[in-house]
Design a protein around this ligand. Structure first.
Ligand SMILES: Cc1cc2nc3c(=O)[nH]c(=O)nc-3n(C[C@H](O)[C@H](O)[C@H](O)COP(=O)(O)OP(=O)(O)OC[C@H]3O[C@@H](n4cnc5c(N)ncnc54)[C@H](O)[C@@H]3O)c2cc1C
Length: 425
């Protein structure tokens, strides 16, 4: 079993050596994932001198490791939770903007001419209990009314057209959701960002940042860079260099397995419409066919914050074969993982904090959102407030007393959710 992302076999990572950074730039961006690269594109095309620092290889973070599932990523609080927190008007604004994220990404890929195997076959979410079905149906109807989300409710009796699993009590199809090959997207973005004149420096950790009279000085092992403005786009990898952002982020590890190549009739039986899939459990699980339709990729929460491929593969196989017992005798070919960033209010955030621009906290749903927020951040850094505006602008980026970035309590929280899943709560 290979312990690198299945995606990297078709979109390999570059093998570059670290080089010294430029002495002076207009903009320094920390993190070469979708957020940082998308911001860099806007800023460089506006004529600014931009450098992007990446601590690892290009695509080290979540952006080339994810499930490639694209959708509105509706706020985890649901309509009722959102309304209680922000009021009706703000809730509607957030949901209407969210429902456009997939269109945004589709347009972005077309305009940027990036071939990332993007398809829009929709997403099926299965109900694991009859009560979950009722809740999912209500949630879907409420979303349809509030922001016009497109889809349909699938009663238990009709679900065989959607899934070969007999675990579900019906479900909902969100028919405008899509899927892509994340590493191809990441590589395409890298090419366009470079073509726009950006210097991207891999294997160069920003290990300190201080203010000076003209902006900031960033320190790396190979030299210092002075930048007028800095964007921190480090999401689940936000380190102690940025303590004020780190204490607002809850890093969690998410992992995926890929099966060996499967007979086409089997894939067709299990995933007849080749959609993206998920279900109603609390501890997220997400699954899909590979873009070539030959394998099934199955993802979920990893066993801990430290990567443990063997344990992750075992746990995910168990989850996968619970849903699709037919896969019991098929080998797992790949297992890999990466870090996502949760936030205390379950919302992504962007803006300016202590002089540093930032975009992060996508709560595990960031393929479209990080690209979108990165672009918005770019406009904000250009002082183009109208283009940079989003409904998420004025939501406070919360932390909790005594929290400094080590989510020691998360294993307990996750175990509680696992237990709730087991009892169908
Ligand atoms: C296994 C997995 C599955 C997922 N599945 C999905 C999915 O199906 N759909 C979806 O919408 N989202 C999914 N996500 C989430 C999505 O991938 C992320 O939200 C998104 O990629 C975040 O992009 P980013 O650019 O903000 O951060 P990242 O891509 O994580 O990039 C941050 C980068 O910052 C670098 N960095 C950190 N500190 C420094 C420093 N001091 N100096 C230099 N560089 C630094 C890191 O090395 C890292 O490469 C998944 C994530 C994972 C891990």
């Amino acid at each position: 079993m290979k312990s690198h992302p299945y995606w990297w076999e078709h979109a390999p990572r570059e093998t570059t050596k670290p080089v010294s950074p430029p002495e002076k730039v207009d903009i320094a961006i920390v993190g070469a994932g979708f957020s940082g690269l998308s911001a860099a594109l806007v800023l460089a095309r506006a004529g600014l001198k931009v450098v992007v620092f990446e601590a690892g290889q290009l695509g080290e973070g979540a952006s080339s490791r994810n499930g490639g599932m694209v959708g509105p990523s509706f706020h985890k609080l649901g309509i009722a939770g959102l309304t209680a927190k922000y009021g009706k008007e703000k809730t509607n604004e957030i949901l209407r903007e969210s429902v456009g994220f997939t269109d945004f990404l589709e347009d972005f890929l077309r305009v940027e001419k990036i071939n990332a195997d993007f398809t829009r076959k929709g997403r099926f979410l299965g109900a694991l209990k009859p009560a979950h079905f009722d809740r999912m149906e209500k949630q879907f109807e409420a979303l349809r009314e509030t922001c016009g989300v497109s889809g349909k409710v699938i009663p238990h009796a009709d679900q065989a057209s959607e899934t070969g699993s007999s675990k579900f009590f019906g479900g909902v199809v969100y028919d405008k959701d899509g899927g892509l090959h994340p590493a191809k997207f990441h590589n395409g973005l890298i090419s366009n960002v470079r073509a726009a004149g950006v210097t991207i420096l891999a294997h160069l950790l920003v290990d300190d940042i201080t203010r000076n009279t003209t902006g900031f000085q960033l320190t790396t092992a190979l030299g210092k860079t002075n930048a007028t403005r800095v964007a921190v786009c480090t999401n689940g990898y936000t380190g102690p260099q940025f303590p004020e952002l780190r204490r607002r982020i809850l890093p969690l590890r998410s992992a995926i397995i890929a099966t060996e190549e499967l007979p086409s009739e089997l894939i067709l039986k299990l995933m007849p419409k080749a959609r993206m899939y998920g279900d109603s459990r609390r501890i997220v699980a997400y699954y899909r066919p590979s873009p070539d339709g030959k394998r099934i990729l199955f993802g979920g929460r990893a066993t801990g914050i430290v990567d443990n491929p063997i344990k992750n593969a075992r746990q995910l196989r168990q989850s996968m074969t619970d849903i699709f017992p037919e896969l019991k005798f098929n080998a797992t070919s790949h297992v890999w993982s990466g870090l996502v960033a949760y936030t205390f209010d379950h919302a992504p955030h962007l803006g300016l904090h202590d002089g540093l621009y930032f975009a992060m906290g996508y709560c595990g749903s960031g393929v479209a959102r990080s690209t979108y927020f990165g672009q918005k951040l770019g406009y904000k850094m250009l002082d183009q407030e109208e283009k940079g505006h989003t409904a998420f602008d004025d939501i406070p980026f919360q932390t909790k007393a005594l929290y400094s970035g080590n989510p020691w309590f998360m294993p307990m929280v996750l175990n509680w959710h696992r237990m709730a899943d087991r009892f169908g709560l």
